[in-house]
Design a protein around this ligand. Structure first.
Ligand SMILES: Cc1ncc(COP(=O)(O)O)c(C=O)c1O
Length: 345
């Protein structure tokens, strides 16, 4: 069998040699006390890049989102977001259990909401029963197909939030992928939101970790909640050392992942016409609609796995693939050959 090509997620990358060396040599201390110099350096760097006052290094993107919700939404109050966002989909149970958030999901176009939709959702309820504490956007929007949020759109949504006095949060798990397409800087997006997060462990290629960003007061409260949630992770500098390299080197190469995703989409579109529009693959996420092929998504996943390619399901009738640092253009052509063999089998 051919070598395994793992397209399940951009989280599957292994640390580079440079990362492993930096991890082995990392200066560390107890992060509970704020004593880990490598964690502190990473937090300072993240604050600097985003142009915000402070940052907090956390184990996962989910924990960033959950801490932000806990800090900004009262139990039984609403958070408004696009209905297929990670924060109200995969994390629905976490948000319910940890904070008691009620979500109002708005349907977007490829994951994007308009400022008008948001403004309407923020219109006060005459009976004061439905209180919205937060609006959350996702950039790039994963389920929407890796769609970057245009900066102007975020500005308009931020304006609608300001008019209603409601904070805006950005799940920027893949915000650097968005920046590589829109040409905006991460600080441009960060300037529009009350708080945001980004993941080091996705396209940037670190083995672990995400950054929660905001003003000092918010991060102070986030740090309290981090400890409340049990994430005082002591000598985390061992991981932060790899995070620093990811932050330094990761953003420049994301356009390569986007080019690989485009080749993948074009190849599958040729094999299965109508299953994917390559023009609608702006970043590193490719959804293939297999509903017209007479085979289910799990069946495709099984056949592709037998041919050496690992994929996941992207909802009913959809196969999901993500490109990342550890798949080459050669691997992408191999993956397309596997699709052809799977189709013929
Ligand atoms: C948009 C988005 N937000 C948040 C997360 C959560 O990140 P983590 O897997 O680090 O918890 C993911 C994970 O895939 C994601 O795609």
């Amino acid at each position: 069998m051919t070598a395994l090509i793992d397209l399940r997620s951009d989280t599957v990358t292994r640390p580079t040699e440079a990362m492993r060396k930096a991890m082995a040599a990392a200066e560390v201390g107890d992060d509970w006390y704020g004593d880990d110099p490598t964690v502190n350096r990473l937090q300072e760097k993240a604050a600097e890049i985003t142009g915000r006052q402070a940052a907090l290094y956390l184990p996962t993107g989910t924990m960033c989102n959950q801490i932000a919700l806990h800090a900004l939404v009262r139990a039984g109050h609403f958070a408004v977001c696009e209905s297929s966002a990670h924060i109200c989909g995969v994390e629905l149970h976490s948000s319910a259990a940890l904070t008691g958030v009620a979500f109002r999901g708005l349907s977007g176009v490829r994951g994007l909401l308009s400022a008008e939709q948001v403004a309407e959702a923020l219109t006060p309820d005459a009976a004061d029963v439905t209180v919205v504490d937060l609006v959350a956007i996702e950039n790039s929007h994963q389920r929407g197909g890796g769609t970057p949020q245009p900066l102007e759109r975020v500005r308009a949504i931020a304006k609608a939030c300001q008019a209603a006095g409601v904070p805006l949060y950005m799940d920027g798990a893949r915000v650097f992928n968005a920046c590589a397409v829109t040409g905006a800087k991460v600080a441009d997006y960060a300037a529009e939101v009350s708080a945001m997060m980004f993941c080091l462990s996705k396209g940037l290629g670190a083995p672990i970790g995400s950054m929660l960003i905001g003003d000092s007061e918010f991060i102070r409260e986030a740090r309290r909640i981090k400890i409340l949630f049990g994430a005082a992770w002591r000598q985390a500098g061992i991981m932060a050392a790899a995070g620093l390299i990811a932050l330094e080197e990761g953003p420049q190469r994301l356009h390569e992942d986007h080019a690989k995703a485009r080749i993948l989409a074009e190849g599958v579109a040729e094999l299965l016409p109508g299953s994917v529009d390559p023009d609608a693959v702006p970043t590193n996420i490719v959804f293939i609609d297999v509903s017209g092929t007479g085979r289910s998504a799990p069946e495709w996943a099984k056949r592709l796995a037998a041919e050496g390619v690992r994929v996941t399901m992207g909802g009913p009738g959809r196969v999901r693939m993500l490109t990342h640092r550890d798949v080459s253009i050669v691997d992408i052509h191999e993956a397309l050959a596997a699709w052809r063999r799977a189709a013929a089998s």
